[in-house]
Write a protein that binds this ligand. Structure first.
Ligand code: ADP
Length: 186
């Protein structure tokens, strides 16, 4: 049985982390968030964390090779064997290509794209108040996303792409997500 991967794409503040958490609990899949993992490294002051901190604080991307090796290791863990939702990965074409190289053991069953207009994103993130959520970083992260998302969506054009409107009640969004994914995830 190959490992089933579902990719969640969306701008920062789109709510993909919240929905990924709910969906993975519901389906007994692993929730793999590279942002959460990187912040844990920063917290624990690991080598990776020390490198990543300044980059995260500016809203830029952590170097591909560091994120890729962290992700591959995570996908090898027991709870991810059946499958995982990738939240925040891939963010670059190089990261996407690294996932493709795992094709003999894993399979991308769907790519979910969360859509939320920019004004709402900025408002949500400033309310959330995470330490890397000041107005300047938030705007920078949105710009980085816009540039990379287009390339990634093109890269995945042959896959099952699911569009989700990320504005509305959390429960309604979850229902839409589970309905649309039910065609591709048993
Ligand atoms: P957000 O979606 O709100 O930007 P994340 O928790 O996904 O939040 O990511 C926070 C930060 O962690 C990013 O701004 C970036 O610096 C870093 N990061 C997360 N995932 C990746 C990745 N796949 N590649 C490079 N950097 C990443």
């Amino acid at each position: 049985m190959s490992q089933k991967l579902i990719i969640f794409l969306g701008p920062p503040g789109a709510g993909k982390g919240t929905q990924a958490e709910r969906y993975t609990n519901h389906k007994s899949l692993a929730h793999v968030s590279t942002g959460v993992m990187l912040r844990e490294h920063v917290e624990r002051n690991t080598n990776l964390g020390v490198t990543a901190k300044g980059i995260i604080d500016k809203g830029d991307l952590v170097p591909d090779e560091l994120v890729i090796s962290m992700l591959k290791e995570r996908l090898g863990e027991e709870d991810a064997l059946k499958g995982a939702v990738l939240d925040g990965f891939p963010r670059t074409i190089l990261q996407a290509e690294s996932l493709d190289k795992l094709h003999n053991r894993s399979e991308i069953v769907a790519v979910v794209v969360f859509k939320v207009e920019e004004k709402i994103l900025i408002q949500r993130m400033l309310e959330r108040g995470r330490s890397d959520d000041n107005e300047e970083t938030v705007k920078q992260r949105i710009e980085v996303y816009k540039k990379d998302a287009e390339l990634l969506i093109t890269f995945y054009k042959e896959k099952n792409i699911i569009n989700i409107n990320g504005v509305g009640e959390e429960d309604e969004i979850f229902d839409e997500l589970t309905n649309k994914l039910s065609f591709f995830v048993q």
